[in-house]
Design a protein around this ligand. Structure first.
Ligand SMILES: [Zn+2]
Length: 337
């Protein structure tokens, strides 16, 4: 399959982390500018920022790669710049709609407020939208390990930067991420209640390193409209039926799922079972840099199994599940909370 064929398909990217998708040369240049680089060469920094063949497939090894980007994404201009560079890269793959996700609180160590950390991404997005004509929105992540109280604070800040208050890009959704074990979705019920009342779309990282019971919680207790990864759903027939019945979209990140061990190497990726069960799916990168991938590559992997036409259909159908108010999808520009 020619890569140009894949690249030319209009694409929808619904699950892409800012911190894990910064182009390596951009991180390298910023580290050198601030005299922060932990190593001597671009090759060395690449090893620190990306999963290596020899890295054991585990979520903790994967999350370890997010350490260094945080050194340079503590300043407004840098956050703005990396957002622009990420979206430039996305536009090269003919992505027409992209949701970037990000936890602003881990970008406040140098004194930015949470609102400024959000505003820096929105500003970078506005530039990219004007330059490349794509649609973009921000999903705010509460890290599970920070607990339910911080999540509520973030939900309120996210609502205050909601898309309905912006002429251009705004916050469109709310999410939780980080190690699932010990931090079940139910702990975050109040934060998600706030986010829902504030008009944000709800997605939850669930079923990546834990069983289907946490996907049930994400749906029943948090009201998730989309699930990030959701790999363990294939072990629960009733849950598969529920996802199909309620048309809850699963954001599938194939390469990442093998690297974190969410799917064992050699096993068939659950995206194909989701498709067969009538569950809406999106093809997403998760972290372009950490996973050494891009949306065309992820689309090509899926197209090998289901063909190019179905991949094109998946991308166009996923648009309806975006939290960005487009005037045509599920999400219209909401009322004030
Ligand atoms: Zn993710």
């Amino acid at each position: 399959m020619a890569i140009t064929e894949i690249t030319s398909i209009p694409k929808t990217e619904l699950h892409m982390h800012l911190d894990g998708s910064i182009p390596i040369d951009v991180t390298w240049e910023l580290m050198k500018r601030y005299d922060l680089s932990p190593c001597e060469t671009l090759d060395e920094i690449e090893t620190l920022l990306t999963m290596q063949q020899e890295d054991e497939a585990s979520l903790l090894n994967y999350l370890d790669k997010f350490h260094y980007p945080l050194w340079i994404t503590q300043f407004y201009e840098n956050i703005q710049l990396v957002t622009r560079k990420i979206l430039e890269g996305v536009a090269r793959h003919n992505v027409t709609l992209v949701e970037i996700r990000y936890s602003p609180i881990v970008h406040t160590y140098a004194g930015l407020t949470v609102r400024q950390a959000i505003g820096a991404v929105l500003s970078g997005m506005n530039w990219a939208v004007e330059t490349h004509g794509i649609q973009a929105g921000l999903v705010i992540i509460a890290m599970r390990q920070h607990g339910p109280h911080i999540a509520k604070i973030l939900a309120r800040q996210a609502i205050a930067e909601g898309q309905q208050f912006h002429e251009r890009c705004g916050v469109v959704g709310f999410d939780i991420a980080g190690a699932e074990r010990g931090n079940p979705p139910i702990l975050f019920r109040e934060a998600f209640g706030l986010a829902r009342k504030g008009g944000l779309g709800l997605t939850v990282h669930a079923g990546e390193d834990e069983g289907p019971h946490l996907i049930w919680e994400a749906i029943d207790d948090l009201g998730a409209e989309r699930i990030g990864h959701g790999c363990s759903a294939i072990t629960d027939k009733e849950l598969m039926n529920r996802l199909a019945r309620d048309q809850i979209l699963v954001e599938c990140c194939v390469t990442s799922n093998y690297q974190t061990g969410a799917v064992r190497r050699g096993d068939r990726h659950p995206i194909y079972a989701f498709l067969e069960a009538g569950i809406p799916v999106a093809i997403c990168v998760d972290n372009a840099t950490v996973s050494r991938t891009d949306i065309s590559r992820e689309s090509a992997i899926v197209a090998e199994e289901v063909g190019l036409d179905l991949v094109a259909h998946i991308h166009s159908a996923a648009k309806k599940h975006s939290f960005i108010a487009t005037g045509t999808g599920r999400y219209q520009r909401g009322a004030c909370p």
